[in-house]
Write a protein that binds this ligand. Structure first.
Ligand code: ASP
Length: 584
C-alpha cells in the first residue's frame, strides 16, 4: 500500500498506530541532527520527525521544498509545550522509521505561500503549482461538489442528462461565434456552441420532456472578471411547463447546491419584476444586499420652478452619513454621472433636521426641500444625490452610483438570490425602427402583450414584456431563461418585426422551424453559469480563481501558449490562406 492515511487525517486517537503517509515537503527544519518535516497533501499537513541515526535519516538532509516523499513510522503525541492548536494534526507527529524520496523537485518559480502576490501570468504559466495551494484546492473541490449537487438534484427531479454537439451551425445568443474550419468541406466552418439552445428545443420536440446538461458554452467576447471565452452552465429545458415550473425546478437545484457547499439553505429566493428592479435599483441585476434604493421624486417636483427638474423623471438616492463627502469627491461623482450619460448631478447635504445645503437649495421651496427629505428618509449628516432626465438614463446612472458608493465586498451580506421576471421583449429600437430582441428570438411574449405585437411601433416596442427571466446573485447575473415560442404564427410575427425574412429564417434556423411543424410541445427553459455561482460561493471576485486552466484577460493561456499559429500544411489542407497581420 502506498499510503495508509492522508497527510491531514491523523489525530490523538491514532497515537501508537503504524502509518504510511505520502505527500510534498512543505517545510523542513534542521534542528541540529533531528530533522522536522511538514508533509503536505490536499487534506492538510503532518509533522514528521526524522532521527539521523535511523535509516530514514540518510535522505532527510537532502530534502527540499516540494520533494515528493513517502514516510512510514509511528504516530506519537507531541511533547508537552509543542502542541500546535492551529493545525488539525497539531497534537501528533510521526516518528519516521523509513523515508523514501519518490521524486525530487527543482526550486519553484515562486514560493507557494506567496503565490497570491505573484504576477498572474507567472501563476498561470505554472498553474499545476498554483493548484497545489489550499485556496485553489478549496475552490476546485467546491466546484466539484457544486457539479455533483446539480446532477443529483436534476436527476431526482426527473431530468435526463443528454449531451449536445460541439461542432454546430451558429446559435443565436447574440455573441460572436468561435469557428472551426472544416477540412472535408474547405471554405465551410462549424461554429462552437454559444449554448445548446436550439438542440435543447429539438429535444423537446423529440419527447425528452425534462432535459439537462452541464454544458460548455463558447462566446468570443472581451474577457472580464466574470467572463471567460468558455464557461460551464447548467442548461435545462422542460416541456408542458410554464415559467413557474422552471423557476421552481431551478430554485430547488440552487437550494441543494448551497446546502451541499455551506451546510445551510440560502435565504428564500425572492422574485421581482424587471420594471421594479429598474425603478428601485436602476439595474436588471440588482444587488439587494444593501439599501441606497432609488426614489422617484417626480411628485415632489411636479410644480417646481427649478428648470432642470422639468424632466420625464427625477430620481434620487440617499447616502447615509455621506454628508461629509468633500467637494472634490462630489465633483468626481458628478463627472462619473456625466460619463454615464446624465446632464448633471444634483447633490444636497442634510445639515441639520430639515436644512439642506446644496448649490440649488435657493431654487427650491421649503415645501420641496421638506418633501425631498421625507421621500428619501434622509437624516442629519446624509447626502442626497439626484438625477433628472429620461427615465432609463436616470435609473441607470443612479443604479451605477449606488453600486459605486454602497456595494459590499464579495462574501459580505450572505447569498441574496433574486429572480427577475417580466423582462422586456425588446432591448432597443434600431435606427431602422426595428426592435432588437432582449433575449433570443424564440422568447415568448407576455400573454397580456401578444396582442400588441401587431399594433406597436417605435418606442412602444420597449414596453412589451416577454416571458423571460434572470437569476441574479449579489448583483451578478447568474443565468437567464424563457418560455419559448412553439407556435409558428407567433414566431413568424417576431421574425417579421426583427426584419428576419422567411428565407433568412429558413436558412438560419430552418431545422428548428421545420421541427416545430411536427407537434412541438409548449416548453420553457433556463441556464445558469456554474463558474459565477462557484466564485460567489467561495467568495472570489474573479471567475479565473475557480477555473482550473483559465485564459488571461487578453485571452492567452500562458501554460500551453494557446492561441498559436497553425502549421502551413494544416492550413493548406483546410483551404486557408492568411492575410498579413493587421497593424495595431
Ligand atoms: N440559452 C440561454 C443562454 O445560454 C439560456 C436559455 O434561454 O435557456 O443564455
Amino acid at each position: 500500500m502506498m499510503r495508509t492515511h492522508t497527510a491531514g487525517e491523523l489525530r490523538a486517537g491514532d497515537i501508537g498506530t503504524d502509518v504510511v503517509v505520502c505527500g510534498w515537503v512543505d517545510a523542513r527544519r534542521d534542528h541540529g541532527g533531528v530533522v522536522f518535516l511538514d508533509v503536505r497533501d490536499h487534506t492538510g499537513l503532518t509533522q514528521v520527525v526524522v532521527d539521523p541515526s535511523t535509516p530514514a535519516g540518510a535522505d532527510a538532509h537532502r530534502l527540499r521544498a516540494e520533494y515528493v516523499v513517502q514516510v512510514s513510522g509511528t504516530v506519537r503525541g507531541r511533547p508537552a509545550g509543542t502542541v500546535n492548536p492551529d493545525l488539525d494534526t497539531g497534537e501528533i507527529e510521526i516518528g519516521a522509521d523509513a523515508l523514501t524520496v519518490l521524486n525530487e523537485s527543482e526550486p519553484l518559480p515562486f514560493p507557494l505561500d506567496t503565490a497570491d502576490a505573484v504576477d498572474e501570468i507567472v501563476r498561470l504559466r505554472h498553474r499545476y503549482l498554483d493548484l497545489r495551494r489550499p485556496r485553489m484546492q478549496r475552490n476546485l473541490r467546491t466546484r466539484s461538489k457544486v457539479n455533483a449537487a446539480i446532477r443529483t438534484s436534476m436527476v431526482d427531479q426527473g431530468f435526463a442528462e443528454i449531451e449536445t454537439p460541439m461542432l454546430i451551425a451558429s446559435t443565436p445568443e447574440g455573441a460572436r461565434d468561435f469557428v472551426v474550419p472544416s477540412r472535408q468541406s474547405p471554405g465551410s466552418f462549424y461554429a462552437l456552441p454559444q449554448s445548446p439552445q436550439l438542440f435543447k428545443q429539438l429535444l423537446m420536440v423529440g419527447g425528452f420532456d425534462r432535459y439537462f446538461q452541464i454544458a460548455r458554452c463558447l462566446r468570443d467576447e472581451d474577457l472580464r472578471a466574470d467572463r471567460q471565452f468558455e464557461f460551464m452552465q447548467l442548461d435545462a429545458e422542460m416541456s408542458f411547463a410554464e415559467q413557474s415550473d422552471v423557476l421552481a425546478a431551478i430554485t430547488e437545484v440552487i437550494v441543494s447546491v448551497v446546502e451541499a457547499v455551506t451546510g445551510d439553505p440560502p435565504p428564500p429566493l425572492r422574485t421581482m419584476t424587471w420594471h421594479e428592479a429598474q425603478e428601485r435599483y436602476g439595474s436588471d441585476k440588482p444587488d439587494v444586499r444593501f439599501g441606497l434604493e432609488l426614489v422617484d421624486l417626480g411628485d415632489v417636483f411636479a410644480a417646481t420652478e427649478f428648470k432642470a427638474f422639468h424632466a420625464p423623471a427625477v430620481k434620487g438616492i440617499c447616502v447615509p452619513r455621506g454628508g461629509d463627502t468633500s467637494r472634490s469627491q462630489l465633483d468626481a461623482l458628478t463627472d462619473r454621472a456625466k460619463s454615464l450619460g446624465a446632464a448633471g448631478l444634483v447633490w444636497m447635504r442634510v445639515r441639520e433636521e430639515g436644512v439642506l445645503e446644496s448649490p440649488i437649495a435657493k431654487f427650491l421651496s421649503d415645501a420641496e426641500q421638506a418633501a425631498t427629505i421625507a421621500a428619501l428618509g434622509a437624516g442629519t449628516g446624509d447626502l442626497v444625490l439626484i438625477v433628472a432626465g429620461e427615465r432609463r438614463m436616470a435609473n441607470a446612472v443612479l443604479g451605477q452610483l449606488r453600486l459605486d458608493l454602497g456595494r459590499p465586498p464579495v462574501g459580505a451580506g450572505g447569498l441574496q438570490f433574486l429572480w427577475v421576471v417580466d423582462f422586456p421583449l425588446f432591448e432597443t429600437v434600431g435606427d431602422d425602427g426595428r426592435p432588437v430582441p432582449a433575449h433570443h428570438p424564440f422568447t415568448m411574449p407576455h400573454p397580456d402583450d401578444v396582442g400588441l405585437l401587431s399594433t406597436a411601433s417605435g418606442d412602444e416596442f420597449l414596453a412589451l414584456r416577454s416571458q423571460a427571466y434572470d437569476l441574479v446573485l449579489n448583483g451578478w447575473e447568474l443565468g437567464s431563461g424563457s418560455v419559448r415560442i412553439h407556435r409558428s404564427d407567433i414566431q413568424q410575427q417576431i421574425f417579421g418585426l426583427l426584419g428576419i425574412s422567411a428565407d433568412d429564417a429558413q436558412e438560419r434556423f430552418g431545422f428548428l422551424l421545420d421541427a416545430f411543424r411536427f407537434g412541438a410541445p409548449p416548453h420553457a427553459g433556463f441556464a445558469f453559469g456554474i463558474d459565477r455561482l462557484v466564485a460567489l460561493l467561495v467568495e472570489e471576485e474573479n471567475i479565473r480563481e475557480v477555473i482550473a486552466f483559465p485564459k488571461t484577460q487578453s485571452g492567452q493561456d500562458p501554460l500551453t501558449g494557446a492561441p498559436s499559429p497553425l502549421d502551413p500544411t494544416l492550413l493548406r489542407d483546410l483551404g486557408i490562406t492568411l492575410l498579413p497581420p493587421k497593424r495595431p
